[in-house]
Design a protein around this ligand. Structure first.
Ligand code: PGA
Length: 251
């Protein structure tokens, strides 16, 4: 099944407004060099509006780094899907390992965020991944299965295009250690089979599964050659215009 590759940049807690606009402008130029690919950038909340004006009409997709499940209310420090839509976001990263491990987000909270995002028409980029300890204990697939089943519990999908999954082994994020392409493909194929079990096979075939964790110009090509790797969620290398351009222009 044909799935349009998605190259996504997670800027984390980096860039002021001016830096964000400059970086976004370089992403627009890079994205114009390729066709048949989606490019998404997720700046910090403070730069969303400025970046939206830089990328508007370029086809580059605006994403956010988290979302709350309620539309509005007394939730100090949170942002709703309706607010993100209002500033032009189409996608939102949910369940990133930093949210899970640094901020203690549980599968149940992540499930509510996924449901809330979909309710307001935002496409979740739903992140899962095992720690080094879990991998070394041979528990990778069990952990992934638990995260997928809990995170997508009662999440109905009319089309696989409304959901993106990102497999990001925790031990590969920001460490310079990448999963080998074989390790990544093994996990992605396992995730796709699991999605086929939860949804219909044709819906699972439409869901894009991104790899994340130390993706860089040196490894993007081989990763993208794997059958079930449909794109990348990029942290560090997305903050450098040249590196992200090379990733967008993978061969
Ligand atoms: P990294 O981060 O590319 O810097 O490893 C990936 C991520 O956290 O999404």
């Amino acid at each position: 099944m044909d799935r349009k590759p998605l190259l996504a940049g997670n800027w984390k807690m980096h860039t002021n407004v001016q830096e964000a606009q400059q970086l976004a402008a370089s992403v627009v130029q890079a994205a114009a060099k390729v066709s048949g690919r989606d490019v998404m950038i997720a700046p910090p909340y403070t730069a969303l509006t400025a970046v939206e004006s830089t990328i508007s009409s370029s086809g580059v997709i605006l994403g956010a780094q988290n979302v709350h499940w309620e539309e509005k209310g007394a939730f100090t420090g949170e942002i709703s899907a309706a607010m993100l839509k209002d500033v032009g976001c189409e996608m939102v990263i949910i369940g990133h390992s930093e949210r899970r491990h640094v901020f203690g987000e549980t599968d149940q909270m992540i499930n509510k965020r996924v449901t809330g995002a979909l309710r307001f028409g935002l496409t979740p980029v739903f992140c899962i991944g095992e720690t080094l300890e879990q991998r070394e204990a041979g528990r990778t697939m069990t952990i992934l299965e638990n995260q997928v089943r809990a995170g997508l519990d009662n999440v109905a999908l009319k089309s696989g295009s409304h959901l993106v999954v990102a497999y990001e082994p925790v031990w590969a994020i920001g460490t310079g250690k990448t999963a080998t392409e074989a390790q990544a493909q093994e996990a992605h194929s396992f995730i796709r089979n699991l999605l086929a079990d939860i949804y219909e096979k044709n819906i699972a075939g439409q869901i894009r599964i991104l790899y994340g964790g130390s993706v860089k110009p040196e490894n993007i090509d081989i990763l993208m050659q794997q059958d079930d790797i449909d794109g990348a969620l990029v942290g560090g290398a997305a903050l450098k215009a040249e590196s992200f351009e090379r990733i967008i222009c993978f061969q």
